[in-house]
Write a new protein. Structure first.
Ligand code: ADP
Ligand code: MG
Length: 387
């Protein structure tokens, strides 16, 4: 993203003055899928694609003048009028402003222009990038940077819940705020403790392939999966009154086997995936510390297999992309995100990158009449003031 470009728009659309520039990234998740609501781990990192905003107090009490550079849309609103703007992109500004105010930041009116290069809805969380970028700016301009990083994460999440109608977890905002170049983060979704792990795959590239499908499924597959997991926990807890079992995080492989017959094959399979995923995240941590990217890749394939066969949240297109990766000798490949569409994330040796992308695009096009979108990502820094 280009500072001069954002600045030129800010100057043009407001009163000619410059402000401060802030940036915040989107994110990937290397491994740890459907683990958040099971009390497990996720393993995200910030990427080199994000949102950049120029912001400046405008001397008013509570008027926000906002310009979306990408959408070429200008919205002015009063953030104390009890309604806020209608435009969905401006709801993020409205929401984060009120949430930062709740945290004690004495926000006044400001001008803002912003642009981004996180592909929308591709699973890299452009919305969290926006929230954390604006939170970082408001904290700096009005709050003496007194709001902690965690509070900014929670303010971003609250923005989605309270103003945008999205009932999300905390991984996306966490990754955007806490990200560091060359590091992934293992976040414990239960305790919110986290640890940085080196991710510096020399000789490899990380690339996302967007299947460009999102299957609308009848029924509620997410709730079904959650219910299966909860059911298994309930049965294990009943057998072990001596223990505390809140989520599958608390359950062992042996305990799962004990209840296999009572819970039935479907619930068993779902829980089997979750326990496997917990182990895989930990195995990936060890592999990263050892710089063993071949093992990282192997675990990614195992996750894909589990998501596809046990958790059953893949789809034909994602399995197809995963098969091509395997055929091309790609080190690791899996569905990224909840499933039923979206991207695969691939760890590819430099020398295999071009043939893989070429083959994947060609074969996917032949089969589905469109090429997957290709996003190279580099693990980069989190929210920050640029100047
Ligand atoms: P994602 O998975 O990328 O977070 P969401 O649906 O949660 O997808 O958020 C996408 C929304 O965020 C868009 O509909 C838009 O309102 C807003 N948004 C994201 N990036 C931009 C941008 N560069 N300019 C304006 N609005 C954006
Ligand atoms: Mg989002």
């Amino acid at each position: 993203m280009d500072i001069e470009f954002v600045r030129s728009r800010f100057i043009k659309h407001f009163d000619g003055k410059t402000g401060n520039i802030y940036a915040s990234p989107g994110r990937i998740n290397l491994i740890g899928e459907h683990t958040d609501y099971n009390g497990g781990f996720v393993f995200p990192g910030a990427v080199d694609k994000g949102i950049m905003a120029e912001m400046r107090p405008n001397g008013t009490e509570s008027t926000i003048r906002a310009y979306s550079i990408d959408l070429k849309d200008r919205v002015d609103f009063d953030f104390h009028d009890g309604q806020g703007p209608r435009a969905s992109w401006a709801r993020y500004i409205y929401g984060i402003t009120l949430e930062m105010e709740k945290l004690g930041v004495p926000v006044k009116g400001f001008n803002i222009a912003f642009a981004g290069d996180v592909p929308l809805g591709a699973g890299m969380s452009s919305s969290a990038a926006m929230e954390s970028c604006f939170a970082c700016g408001l904290n700096d301009l009005f709050g003496d940077n007194k709001v902690s990083k965690w509070d900014m994460v929670l303010a971003g999440q609250a923005t989605e819940h309270n103003y945008c109608g999205v009932n999300c977890g905390i991984m996306d905002q966490f990754a955007s705020v806490f990200g560091q170049a060359g590091k992934l983060m293992r976040l414990d979704c239960r305790s919110r403790e986290f640890e940085y792990f080196p991710f510096d795959p020399k000789g490899y590239k990380l690339v996302l392939l967007n299947s460009c499908v999102k299957h609308e499924l009848a029924g509620s597959p997410y709730n079904d999966r959650r219910n299966s997991c909860e059911n298994v926990v309930k049965h294990i807890a009943a057998k072990h009154p001596e223990g505390t079992f809140e989520t599958l995080r608390d359950c062992t492989w042996e305990q799962l086997e004990e209840v296999r017959a009572e819970v039935g094959e479907e619930d068993y399979k779902r829980a089997h995936f979750v326990l496997g995923e917990k182990d895989r995240v930990l195995a990936v941590c060890d592999a990263l510390v050892a710089g063993d990217y071949e093992t990282v890749g192997k675990k990614m394939y195992e996750t894909h297999e589990g998501l596809s066969k046990e958790y059953e949240v893949s789809c034909e297109e994602l399995d197809f992309l995963n098969d091509i990766a395997k055929e091309c000798g790609v080190t690791g490949s899996r569905i990224m995100g909840g499933g039923f569409g979206g991207c695969t994330i691939n760890l590819v040796k430099d020398e295999m990158y071009e043939p893989f992308i070429k083959t994947a695009c060609q074969k996917y096009y032949e089969k589905y009449g469109k090429a997957p979108k290709v996003y190279d990502v580099v693990i980069s820094d989190g929210s920050r003031k640029i100047c």
